[in-house]
Each structure stands twice: as structure tokens, then as C-alpha cells.
Design a protein around this ligand. Structure first.
Ligand code: NGO
Length: 486
């Protein structure tokens, strides 16, 4: 199982077998809980061919939201004995996490899209589980190469299988603006018309974005939209001449240099623009956070940057959201409730900024580029990906502790981890999957499992066990030689 649960005790000599007469019982009524039950039943109906009706009360598989609040929002208990399966939680979200565990206990063929032959056996077990951190994310860069709604749904499905609960969408950068903003239509009319390498680009209409948000919410995943500022803004600057300090729109950019673009920090129009963008993005985002980027603003003078960040942050807060940004923003003063995302490579400057973030009362999400970046090559033979932060083997990406990586950072400031998947070199889903698997499940485990459970030697055996599941799901994963896949 990945992530490893907090406690797990086998019930020896007890084996549960799912039969065609089985029912899914639901105790505790809420729409969200019944959607969790339907989600499980729908998945298993396809692969088992069993009717699996969802009924109120106890069933063969019982899902109950009557658990004690001591389990927390995402905690659950799961018991499998020879006659029944019970998942108990205090919330529909906890129930969903427990159902995710149940899916991993079933044979991998349970995930198949066509009817499979049984038996459908699960070894008896008692599990009690809850996450170490509340923020467990994956980021997809849809700016450098656009991904369709269907592809994002697949990302959500694969990430939620490992109990990740945040989907960070990098929606704007130099090479493309990917979300509809009604008050600034050229952002997508012009700014979404291409991508790295000159491909067709694309963007999410409001309906598309709503579909992604809803699909994610059904899997208890919150979308974190990122509008990168004040650098990484060529797509916007190229769409509106007036946003430029000199009033001249630069050409559309499809190469991969970073750090050359900047919003005009001294123009009022810049803040009117951001006010509109954050308002429209906030209106469509039920989640609590808007990410304003803030990384690599190399062509914004530093004093301007320090003045810009609080003004932009204030606009995010004005529209009811918490500010999130890359660690550079911690040099400026941040509003209460901000979240700073560390993407350093053990360098002092990045770590100082992150300690500074915590000293300001901000919370920290850990995405160390030399460990958590999913776009780094595994080794020098990896056919795509980057290597500026190093080569990141599966072991390297797993073997670190989010609480202690930055010396002197209060452990209480860290709220979780995220694996960013930047897409300069990744122009299709097969490549994204190859870079994310098998490293993303490890990031998920760092976010969920207690520090005492993190151990490469035993993890790599569990990881090998996921391969049959990925084969069933058609995941294009890298058979890293560090793992004994047999
Ligand atoms: C950096 C940069 C991105 C690149 C990425 C590639 C951050 C936060 N800014 O990470 O623009 O795409 O590296 O690895």
C-alpha cells in the first residue's frame, strides 16, 4: 500500500471474498458520502460485473460517516474480516481516503475498465489512518504545454489514488495564458494560441475550468490556480500592449528561457488587470488559495518586486483567498494566512527566505527542486526532462523529511509537500506519466505517512507492487532499475 497507513494489523486466517450478492451499505447521510459510495460501486461494477447496489444501513461493504471526530477530517478506520468490510470516518472526505485504501487492498484488476474473472479476495486487516500533513499536492504546468480537460481528469484520478488532495495548475507563464478571463479576452484569444515549440496551445473556458474543479472536488482534491506574476508574464504582455512599461507588446514566445518578462510594476493598469484576473479566478475557485507565482522575477528591479508583492497579495485577499507563492515572495511582507512554496536546492538564499516566511507567520509547502521536481531527469539517459536541479532517482525523490530538510525551520510551519511537473520538455501525457511515475507516489507518502514509516528499503518493495496496478490503468511509468519490478 502507498501511502503506508499509520497502523495496520493483519487478522490472521481471515479472508474476505467479494461475491456477486454483495451490497454497499451507507451509514450517515450526506450527498457527499453517497457520492463516495457510488464512486466505489461504479468502479467495482465495471471490473467484477456484480450489481453492487448502494443501500442505506449496513451492507457487505459498509461505509460510515458516523465515526468519531477524533479521526480528523481525512482520517478513517478500515476493517476487513471474513464476512465484511467496514470503512468508518467522521467526514465524507475521510471515507473517500478509506475507500482509496480499500481499492489498493483489492486485486489490481479491480481497476480494470472491462469485466475480469474473480476471485476478489482481501486478506483480513484492521487499519487506522490519518495524514501527517493537510497539504499534499501535485502541480501540472499547462502553460508550457497545454493539457486537455480529459488529460487533467486523468491526472486527478492517478493522483487521488495516492491520497493527494491539491491540484496546483500553473495557468499562466511566458508561453501561454490558459484560463478564460472575460474582462481581458485577448489573454486567451492571443495569449493561448501557442505553446513551447510552436504547437497549438489552448485554454480552459469557464465551463472547462468548472468541470475540472468539480471533477477534482468529487475526488476530494482542491484546485490551486496559479497566475504567475510579476515575471513569467510574456503571454499576458504580448496580449495587451498597455500592460507593458513601454506600451509595446512583445511577440508571442515559444522558447524556454526564464526571467525576461515583467509586469509594469508602476502602472495602475497592472493592478486593475490583476484585480480583474484574481476576481474572475476566485469566483470560479471554491478552494481557499490563489497562487500568485512570484518566482524568478529577474527583470523586475528588486525594490519594485518588494513593492509589487504586497499589492498583488492584497488583491488576492480582497477576493477572499489565501495567498500562495514561490519562496521568493517571502522577501516581501505577506498578508496573514499566506503559504510559501519552497523550491530551493539546499541553497542558503532559498532556505533563508523560507525561514523568513515562517517568521512572518506564513505556512510552508515543501517542493525542493532537487528532490520533489518531477520534471528533472532520473539519470543522464532519461530521454526528456531537465537537469538544472540535478538528476533525481526514485530513491532521492523519496528519501528526505519535509519537517527537517530546512535547518532551523519550525516543524510546525510545514503544512505539506508538492511535486511540480513543469512541462518545457513534456508535450504529451505519456511523457508526463513517465516523469511522475514512479516518483509521485513517494511524494504522496512523504505527505501522508508518519516520519517513522518512511523507509526506502521497505518502500521500494511496496512501490514494485504498484506496477501491476499501473499496467491495468495503462500508466506509462519508468521501470527504474533501482526497483525490483519482478
Ligand atoms: C523553476 C522555474 C520554472 C521552470 C522550472 C523547471 C520555478 C518555481 N520556476 O521552478 O519556470 O519551469 O524551474 O524545472
Amino acid at each position: 500500500m502507498i501511502p503506508q497507513p499509520v497502523t495496520q494489523s493483519p487478522l490472521p486466517d481471515q479472508t474476505f471474498t467479494l461475491q456477486s450478492s454483495a451490497t454497499v451499505g451507507l451509514v450517515g447521510d450526506s450527498d457527499a458520502a453517497s457520492r463516495v459510495a457510488d464512486h466505489l460501486a461504479t468502479l467495482l461494477r465495471v471490473s467484477t460485473g456484480f450489481p453492487l447496489p448502494v443501500e442505506p444501513g449496513t451492507g457487505t461493504i459498509t461505509l460510515s460517516t458516523d465515526g468519531p471526530s477524533s479521526l480528523g477530517a481525512e482520517g478513517y478506520e478500515l476493517r476487513v474480516d471474513s464476512t465484511a468490510v467496514t470503512v468508518t470516518a467522521a467526514t465524507p472526505e475521510g471515507l473517500f481516503r478509506g475507500v482509496t485504501t480499500l481499492r489498493q487492498l483489492l486485486p489490481a484488476k479491480a481497476e480494470a475498465g472491462t469485466e475480469q474473472a474473480g476471485p476478489w479476495e482481501i486478506d483480513g486487516v484492521e487499519i487506522s489512518d490519518a495524514p501527517r500533513y493537510p497539504y499534499r499536492g501535485v502541480m501540472v504546468d499547462v502553460s508550457r504545454h497545454f493539457r486537455s480537460v480529459a488529460e487533467i481528469k486523468r491526472c486527478i484520478d492517478l493522483a487521488s489514488l495516492y491520497k493527494l488532495n491539491r491540484l496546483h495548475l500553473h495557468l499562466s507563464d511566458d508561453q501561454g495564458w490558459r484560463v478564460q478571463v472575460d474582462s481581458w479576452p485577448d489573454l486567451t484569444k492571443h495569449g493561448a494560441s501557442s505553446e513551447v515549440g510552436g504547437g497549438p496551445g489552448g485554454h480552459y473556458t469557464k465551463a472547462d475550468y468548472a468541470e475540472i474543479v468539480m471533477y477534482a472536488a468529487d475526488r476530494f482534491m482542491t484546485v490551486v490556480p496559479e497566475i504567475d506574476t510579476p515575471g513569467h508574464t510574456n503571454a499576458a504582455l504580448s496580449s495587451y500592449a498597455d500592460l507593458n512599461a513601454d506600451g509595446e507588446a512583445p511577440p508571442y514566445y515559444t522558447a524556454t528561457e526564464v526571467g525576461f518578462s515583467s509586469l509594469a510594476v508602476h502602472k495602475d493598469l497592472t493592478y486593475e488587470f490583476l484585480d480583474d484576473v484574481f476576481r474572475e479566478v476566485a469566483e470560479q475557485t471554491p478552494g481557499d488559495v490563489i497562487h500568485l507565482g512570484g518566482d524568478e522575477a529577474h527583470s523586475t528591479p528588486h525594490s519594485d518586486y518588494l513593492a509589487f508583492v504586497p499589492k498583488a497579495a492584497e488583491l488576492v485577499v480582497k477576493h477572499g483567498k489565501r495567498v500562495m507563492g514561490w519562496h521568493e515572495i517571502a522577501d516581501a511582507s505577506l498578508p496573514a494566512g499566506s503559504i510559501v512554496q519552497y523550491w530551493g536546492t539546499d541553497d542558503d538564499r532559498a532556505q533563508d527566505l523560507t525561514r523568513n516566511a515562517a517568521a512572518q507567520g506564513a505556512e510552508v509547502v515543501m517542493s525542493p527542486a532537487n528532490r520533489a521536481y518531477l520534471d528533472m531527469k532520473y539519470d543522464q539517459d532519461t530521454p526528456y526532462g531537465l537537469d538544472w536541479a540535478g538528476l533525481i532517482s526514485v530513491e532521492t525523490s523519496y528519501s528526505w523529511d519535509p519537517a527537517t530538510l530546512i535547518p532551523g525551520l519550525a516543524e510546525s510551519a510545514v503544512i505539506g509537500v508538492e511535486g511540480p511537473l513543469w512541462s518545457e520538455t513534456l508535450d504529451d501525457m505519456a511523457k508526463l506519466e513517465f516523469m511522475a511515475f514512479p516518483r509521485l507516489p513517494g511524494i504522496a507518502e512523504l505527505g501522508w505517512s508518519p516520519a517513522s514509516a518512511l523507509d526506502w528499503t521497505t518502500y521500494k518493495v511496496r512501490l514494485a507492487g504498484q506496477a501491476t496496478r499501473w499496467d491495468v490503468l495503462g500508466v506509462n511509468f519508468y521501470r527504474a532499475p533501482e526497483i525490483d519490478w519482478a
